[in-house]
Ligand binder design. Sequence first.
Ligand code: NVA
Length: 310
Amino acid sequence: MSLSHFLADDQCSQNQLIELINLAKQIKQSPAKYSQHLAGKSIVMLFEKPSLRTHVSFDIGIAKLGGHALYLGQQNGKLGERERVSDYAKNLSCYADAIVARVFSHKSIALLAQHASVPVINALCDLYHPCQALADFVTLSENLAALGKTQLQQLNLAYVGDANNVSNSLMLMAATLGVNFTLICPEQHQPETPLYTKAQQLAQQSGANFMVSHDIEALGAQDVIYTDTWISMGSNTKVNDILAKFAPYQVNHQLMKQAGAKQVMHCQPAHLGEEITTELFDDENRSVVFQQAENRMWAQCAVLTTLLSK
Ligand code: NVA
């Protein structure tokens, strides 16, 4: 597969995504077979924002593939302040075989990729969280039988809440893969027009149904409902200022029942009692959040293996 970087969800074709999903499942099933795939390789993990799952799943995933991970927080100053992002990329390329980066602005990821001579992986930015979306489609693919389906294209997946980096990635990947996708969000919290338009085009190509609405009553029948925090990292919004606006969009047992949804997904960290109730998050019959968390590691192993196998 000819992938140079893993930056945004609409940069992968349907076939590339299917190959990554299948590879993630294979590595998960037989990790020992892949234990030397990154032997002798070093990967820099550059984080501008906090992280639990991304940091740990990359670090341990890289170790499982026989590679070496180096964590770089903000001890060298903010990205682009002490030295240019382009110089950061060129310097890191002298030592590392790949760069994993979690940044505030997508522009930084794009600049890193433009100037690095090694693959760059987006570990979350303001616009996308492609590693999360890939792990989520691995999870959905594993759960097809439990959802009464035989292929991803039969699924009805809804995202309810703030349109953000996680929903952008999910929306674009669903549209590419042909998964029916509904996004329900408050007014002024919809996806940005270029991303919405891109998803619409991709859905037309793949044959997926695609709908964005502010009306929670328009949710319709869904197999799976996904949500994420109402306020993302880096935002100055105070929760009390948006509670009333977002309250109708809380994902809870009642909403699951209304949609006939069997499973709920969340990328975590969850703000319990806000976008999702504690009862639903903890409901082992419906919540697949820890399966998603585990699959982060296998999905990222698939991305690293693919990018570094050339
Ligand atoms: N939308 C959230 C995702 C966290 C994994 C954020 O950007 O903070």
